[in-house]
Design a protein around this ligand. Structure first.
Ligand code: NDP
Length: 270
């Protein structure tokens, strides 16, 4: 069968799975972070979970670039740089910014994310450095590339800034368990680990890190103007929209003084 048809068939099936995951995650929140719970099998420390599940995205994409027949243009290198700027950080830096506080995540979650990252990085690199036939350097001046990379960079900046706010909050909540918002009725675990994030994009939404991540990969889809890029953006939305809703409801349940005007993910709308 023609390789392009195989790609279209795989991405079609991949999108159907994304739609099922999107619906499913509204009913079953992925059990890591604040939503971790028993019944999901053996666990491993958070830090190593992040490393193991995200590393394939960096490595598989790099391998696809290395063996691809169309990896010589400046555009190919720019795509490599965009992808790896995200994934080298996410896989090899982000895990070591997390507090080593004994938190764990189920191996089953790590396994699912690892499988996703392997397929996703494989499809994107297969398209960009092989099946596309190569992007000309003139693509770098195309309005789709320019708009896409602008969104990509803006999304990444919002994601990193917002994650940094949470990191600073975690550091302060671990050193001071009294809470900056007065005596609210929090379970001990939540009181000691979580605070209400303030400032930056948190003025408007509960999960600006997720919003940034979504904008980033929508930017990637536009910049690459590709089916695998589109599928990645759809998967990111499918993963993060239900999780943002779960986070937002969790904040409202656990903090009686949670800002009423703050939305879930889209400023002023939802
Ligand atoms: P969260 O926002 O749930 O948590 C990020 C970190 O901040 C965790 O260490 C968390 O601790 C801590 N934290 C969160 N809220 C608070 C708070 N209120 N007070 C103190 N500490 C807090 O993000 P995720 O862990 O789900 O995701 C991490 C990154 O990975 C994000 O940038 C996200 O965009 C990205 N991601 C991308 C996906 C994709 O499909 N492309 C899928 C999932 C994540 P704890 O773990 O203990 O809750």
């Amino acid at each position: 069968m023609d390789a392009h048809l195989i790609m279209v068939a795989i991405v079609g099936a991949w999108l159907v799975i994304a739609a099922a995951v999107f619906v499913g995650l509204f009913f079953v929140t992925a059990p890591y972070g604040r939503h971790v719970r028993g019944g999901w099998g053996p666990t491993l420390p958070n830090r190593y979970g992040w490393l193991v599940m995200e590393a394939p995205a960096a490595l598989v994409f790099l391998a696809g670039f290395a063996v691809g027949p169309h990896n010589g243009s400046v555009t190919a290198w720019v795509f490599l740089a965009m992808w790896e700027t995200h994934y080298v950080y996410r896989a090899f830096v982000y895990p070591f910014t997390l507090q080593d506080d004994g938190r764990r995540m189920p191996l089953s979650v790590v396994g699912m994310a690892l499988a996703f990252n392997t397929v996703n990085a494989g499809l994107n690199s297969w398209w960009l450095f092989d099946l596309s036939g190569g992007y000309l350097n003139a693509w770098l001046a195309d309005p789709r590339f320019l708009a896409g990379i602008a969104l990509f960079v803006a999304g990444m900046a919002a994601n990193r800034r917002s994650d940094a706010t949470l990191r600073e909050l975690r550091a302060s909540s671990v050193s001071d368990t009294s809470g900056p918002h007065g005596p609210v009725s929090l379970p001990a675990e939540a009181a000691s680990r979580y605070r209400i994030p303030e400032g930056g994009f948190y003025r408007w939404v509960s999960c600006p890190n997720y919003l940034g991540e979504m904008v980033e990969w929508i930017g990637w889809a536009i910049a690459t103007w590709s089916l695998p890029g589109l599928a990645f953006a759809v998967w990111t939305v499918a993963n993060l929209v239900p999780r943002a809703r779960a986070h937002h409801e969790w904040y409202r349940r656990h903090f009686t003084d949670y800002p009423a005007e703050r939305k879930t993910l889209i400023p002023g709308i939802w």
